[in-house]
Design a protein around this ligand. Structure first.
Ligand SMILES: [Zn+2]
Length: 162
């Protein structure tokens, strides 16, 4: 009797597919076919995997946004204009820049909290566009006290945004 090379597998997900088992030893094909039938077909397996990854990423993103929102509330930062995508990005950038500046100048005791409030947070609160944070993202932290002062006077400042 010939042992078939092609096997009809009824997968656990409900899909059926003809699978080539010619690579398996003939005395292993039936066992392998049975094992396959306990699993989802390749397409279902793959799409479940993708769904899980994007769900995890979604959760991470939600947590990240929550952290950003906590900082915004603490520092009295205003919402930014721009598309949803730009806003999410710019708010993260803003959070990272401000945290970095705090470390660089206040934690290091080069300046005090009062300085940070006047020179960093006050102008940062006035910058109202996502664009400003995205456009300036390549600058190193030491450039930001000057950049923020300029930004607070620019078209990107809340009172000047049309
Ligand atoms: Zn399937």
């Amino acid at each position: 009797m010939d042992i078939p090379k092609m096997w009809d597998i009824d997968f656990a997900c409900g899909h059926s597919q003809e699978i080539d088992l010619s690579q398996k030893r003939i005395d292993q094909r039936a066992g392998y076919a049975k094992w396959l039938e306990q699993r989802d077909c390749f397409d279902c397996f793959k799409s479940k995997g993708t769904k899980k990854v994007s769900k995890e990423r979604e959760k991470e993103r939600a947590e990240e946004l929550e952290n950003v929102a906590v900082q915004e509330k603490r520092d009295g930062l205003l919402p930014l204009s721009g598309s949803d995508k730009q806003q999410v990005w710019a708010r993260s950038l803003r959070r990272d820049v401000l945290a970095g500046l705090y470390d660089l100048y206040v934690t290091s005791e080069e300046h005090d909290e009062e300085w940070f409030e006047a020179e960093i947070l006050t102008p940062a609160r006035m910058i109202a566009t996502s664009r400003w944070w995205i456009d300036n993202r390549e600058f190193g932290l030491p450039a930001f006290p000057e950049l923020l002062a300029a930004g607070a006077q620019s078209d990107d400042a809340s009172e000047n945004v049309a």
